[in-house]
Write a protein that binds this ligand. Structure first.
Ligand code: PMV
Length: 347
């Protein structure tokens, strides 16, 4: 059966990398493996309406953001459709209405490309499954992640699973450069419901887009060593996640964040993406950890915002600390409390 028209609706969350993806091999393969926590409440909800049409050789879609037409995202979607058409050959046989909203504040500086591309990809896979009902679940999820990667690399880690590895790694069975896979080992209870408070230091557009950022690793003097280090750090994070060793977890996660920024500071051209308040927050976290011995750490994306990671059993104390000492360094005092989540959800 060839569905004439219908609709799907899926949400997909953002994710936060513990070992960072920074550097790609064209078109869209990672120069090194990465691992992330999938988030829970920071997500994109996308509704995909489809109706059969005569294929005129073009893509046909309307794009809405919070029910309002959003023309400026169109080129990104066209580029995405061009990349994935060979894997979803029915794309030009349908007219689509793609309506998207984010649960996090607009231009909060939280990247919505991972959650957005993941949500759209899973919706498109639902249509593909309607066309091929015999498809296995495993195929559905792998291909959804594969498509999401072609939209935005890290989006492939936002599709399924609480902890996701993207990129071939010797110790992670089934890992691939082509899609994200769920962490295949049992995770220690210390990481159950792990918390991520996202402190919004800087809002608005990113200073350096990730496309430009990845390109800075081409010919970068430290690139090769960095890519090796990511393999080593992924082994170490893997061991911490299994053993529950929070001390080693913290040391690798913070080092990864600073290394990501160090790569940007040492590229040509160079960038400093941290703000003074980013450093104030990092220093406060270090002081708090020294004084209380609580296993709180930070990580960063390619921007000034700080993700504060901590286990659920210290949540009360850490939230109090955030309110008392860190909120002062956030833009308009804004921060978002999130935690580990499971991936895309169907409505
Ligand atoms: O998926 P992209 O191309 O936006 O790159 C994401 C890069 C970082 O967020 C800095 C690191 C990561 O692994 O998520």
């Amino acid at each position: 059966t060839y569905p004439e028209n219908g609709r799907f609706e899926w949400s997909a969350p953002s994710n936060i990398a513990l070992v960072k993806y920074w550097g790609k091999i064209e078109p869209q393969l990672p120069a090194n493996p990465s691992i992330s926590f999938t988030l829970d409440s920071c997500k994109t909800v996308t509704e995909l309406e489809f109706s059969k049409r005569a294929n005129d050789g073009n893509f046909s879609f309307d794009l809405l953001f919070e029910a309002q037409p959003k023309e400026d995202f169109k080129p990104k979607i066209i580029k995405f459709f061009e990349r994935i058409e060979r894997y979803l050959p029915f794309l030009k046989d349908y007219h689509f209405k793609i309506d998207t909203r984010n649960t996090f504040p607009h231009s909060s500086g939280i990247a919505s490309s991972a959650s957005g591309m993941a949500a759209l990809s899973v919706n498109l896979m639902s249509l593909e499954k309607a066309l091929n009902p015999q498809m296995t679940d495993d195929h559905f999820w792998k291909k959804a992640s594969f498509l999401a990667r072609l939209g935005s690399g890290s989006a492939c880690r936002s599709v399924k699973g609480e902890v996701v590895v993207w990129g071939k790694h010797a110790e992670i069975e089934g890992s691939s450069d082509l899609f994200g896979v769920e962490f295949p080992f049992g995770i220690h209870p210390n990481f159950k419901n792990y918390q991520d408070a996202i402190l919004l230091v800087e809002k608005g557009q990113k200073e350096v887009s990730s496309t430009v950022g990845h390109d800075l690793m081409i010919g970068h003097p430290f690139a090769e060593r960095r890519f090796e280090q990511a393999h080593e750090n992924l082994s170490k994070v893997k061991n911490s996640l299994v053993s529950g060793d929070l001390e080693s977890f913290i040391s690798i996660v913070e080092s990864e964040a600073l290394t990501l920024h160090a790569m940007m500071m040492t590229s040509n051209p160079y960038f400093i993406l941290m703000k003074p308040n980013t450093l104030e927050i990092i220093n406060k976290i270090w002081k708090f950890r020294r004084e209380t011995a609580m296993p709180v750490c930070f990580t960063l994306d390619a921007g000034a915002n700080v993700h504060v990671l901590y286990p659920e059993n210290v949540a009360v104390e850490v939230l109090q600390f955030i309110k008392d000492e860190l909120v002062a360094f956030c833009k308009n005092g804004e921060y978002i409390c999130d935690r580990i989540g499971a991936g895309a959800q169907n409505f």
